[in-house]
Design a protein. Structure first.
Length: 606
């Protein structure tokens, strides 16, 4: 029996582990001779977690480069999220951002430096130097490899603190008590041994990342298949605001490889087929550094107007890109501050950004919605107009929704969200571990958990046996083909813009074709050990379920807000939809009010 199991070893999961171990409660526990029993489960090797791909920066009003204040960061976050942000959460994010960044530096993150030795910061889209003023340098960076720095530093700290890891284990079930009010543990598949394990725990924290693989063109790695979100739905809980998916404006042509916003922060300019720098007409004053949803829609508007360009690798193909012009950046400065961007362009596009324009198009990047949590990381169910927390169940990072991003995440806030709220969730976990130990109720809880875990393990083992037994009779269908078709379906239905017709067609495709196929999948090899197709089948099933949930929530929101552009409902509707969608596995949607503290909604302009 573990005191806590953390699922996911990116910035959120590792921050949670360190927040737990460094809490006052655990320090006191250790002084009394008891060591907390903690396990971090990751379906990848920890240092392959998607956090390592983050390029641009982590936001904080440090005030090092020019006058800045966390209140402006708070305002920019609320405005960036199109006022769907819970303002109590956004205030915590902005106020404790400097502390979070400084703590990361103390843990070994090698930030780039200004000539006088301060942490270097760059401009980022939507960050302003007063309420709605000019762009400000607020994104602390390490060249364009900040995610790599943070992931390695946190992992090293976890190793130094003796954290136990189970790597390349795939979690297949979130198990709750019979009445659904308490976490019991998880079922996990050891891909090396080909065996399922019941991992009993008093507390479970999901930090499993986003669901970008829902779309054909995405900056997300292959492992971001929304597992934590899908398992939460399967356990009878809800997802919050899952209709909001951010498309990053500058994915490299048709590769899905991200070219960081830092490329525009350092002087890159978006141009259409006529060579026009078009963003000033869509976002005067902010231009290329407007919020990401604004820039993505502006790019699509240029393409729809016939001013798009073809990928130079396919000159006769569709003109569905625009140019990113980085030629105005000093080549030496470009190599120093954007080494990964430059390397990516040269390697995958075969062009030199110091004198060639680069083809880019919007690319699925970040899921704003997810598992609903409090600001302490506690997962809850929204029912009868109230939040009902699930005892011992927590979440953090992109799989969760503390609603700090609302309808559109502000650039450089994702790493901050993961590290800050991951650490907060870890400290909350520590408090509960101490309280549970002091209550004397663990034996009763253990008996209840054992029964629930045994039932879940048996059911999943039967399913695994069936997947393997069907190998010799399996058809040509496979999870990889199914995921590709799902991605194309979602791309047509909901990429950047949608309407009732596109959503209905996609839902029908999922119901009539993809769901039956997902349930009929079987492995093509009978061996359970190192059989990647087994986990791929479960991932495909998760994505299909998530896709319908996302489309259902999109269809229920009859307005355009942030990243969700409904062409049949083009305006924001605060009277009816200033609320969080709460969608369950039965695809029933209810609505939860937004927490407005001190910034009433107003028109969002850049």
């Amino acid at each position: 029996m573990y005191d806590a199991v953390i699922v996911g070893a990116g910035a959120a999961g590792l921050s949670a582990a360190l927040g737990l171990l460094r809490s006052d409660e655990v320090r006191e526990m250790r002084e009394n001779g008891r060591e907390p029993n903690i396990l971090v489960i990751s379906k990848l090797q920890s240092l392959r977690s998607h956090t390592g791909s983050a390029e641009g920066g982590i936001a904080a009003a440090l005030g090092n480069v020019e006058h800045d204040d966390w209140h402006w960061h708070y305002y920019d976050t609320v405005k960036g999220g199109d006022w769907l942000v819970d303002q109590d959460a956004a205030k915590l994010l902005a106020e404790y951002a400097p502390e979070t960044v400084i703590n990361l530096e103390r843990q070994g993150v090698a930030f780039s430096r200004t000539p006088d030795g301060h942490i270097a910061q760059r401009r980022f889209g939507g960050h302003t130097s007063e309420f709605g003023g000019q762009p400000v340098r607020r994104a602390a960076y390490a060249a364009d490899r900040i995610g790599h720095q943070i992931l390695h530093a946190l992992w090293q700290q976890c190793v130094a603190n003796g954290v136990e890891f189970a790597e390349e284990w795939y979690v297949t079930n979130l198990v709750l008590s019979e009445d659904g009010t308490r976490a019991a543990g998880v079922i996990a598949f050891d891909t090396h041994a080909g065996k399922l394990h019941a991992v009993n725990a008093h507390n479970v924290l999901f930090a499993t990342g986003g669901a970008g693989r829902l779309f054909h063109t995405t900056s997300n790695s292959w492992d971001l298949t929304g597992d934590g979100m899908a398992l939460t739905l399967a356990a009878g809980l809800q997802l919050e605001d899952c209709e909001f998916v951010q498309f990053h404006p500058t994915g490299l042509a048709h590769t899905g490889i991200l070219l960081s916003e830092a490329s525009r922060a350092e002087g890159g300019v978006l141009r259409n087929a006529d060579g026009e720098a078009f963003m000033e007409k869509y976002a005067p004053g902010h231009g290329d550094l407007a919020a990401r949803d604004v820039v993505s829609r502006s790019i699509m508007a240029e393409i729809d107007a016939g001013r798009g360009v073809a990928d130079p690798k396919d000159p006769d193909g569709p003109k569905d890109c625009v140019w990113l012009d980085m030629t105005g950046i000093n080549p030496e400065h470009m190599e120093q501050t954007l080494p990964q961007v430059v390397e990516t362009i040269r390697k995958y596009a075969g062009i030199d950004p110091t004198h060639d324009f680069v083809p880019v198009k919007p690319t699925a990047h970040y899921t704003m919605g997810g598992i609903p949590i409090t600001t302490s990381g506690e997962v809850y169910r929204w029912e009868d107009g109230e939040r009902h927390t699930i005892e011992g169940l927590y979440a953090a990072g992109e799989c969760s929704c503390v609603s700090v991003h609302g309808a559109n995440r502000l650039g450089a806030n994702s790493l901050l969200d993961a590290c800050l709220f991951g650490a907060r969730a870890g400290r909350s976990l520590a408090s509960r571990i101490v309280e549970t130990a002091a209550s004397g109720e663990t034996d009763i809880v253990d008996d209840e958990q054992d029964a629930a875990m045994s039932t879940a393990l048996d059911a999943r083992q039967n399913e695994l046996d069936a997947l393997l037994a069907g190998a010799s009779d399996s058809t040509d269908d496979n999870p990889y083909r199914l995921m590709a078709e799902l991605g194309s379906t979602m791309e047509r239905a909901a990429a950047v813009r949608c309407d009732a017709d596109s959503l209905a067609k996609a839902i029908a495709t999922i119901d009539d074709d993809l769901t039956p196929r997902a349930q009929a999948l079987a492995a093509h090899d009978k061996a359970a050990t190192f059989n990647q197709e087994i986990t791929a089948i479960w991932e495909a099933q998760h994505l299909v379920e998530l896709a319908k949930t996302m489309l259902t929530a999109s269809d229920a929101r009859h307005e355009s807000r942030g990243s969700l552009k409904r062409t049949d409902f083009p305006d924001r509707d605060d009277e009816h939809f200033l609320a969080h969608s709460m969608t369950d596995a039965a695809h029933e949607v209810s609505w939860q009010p937004v927490h407005i503290v001190d910034m009433p909604p107003k028109k969002r302009e850049y």
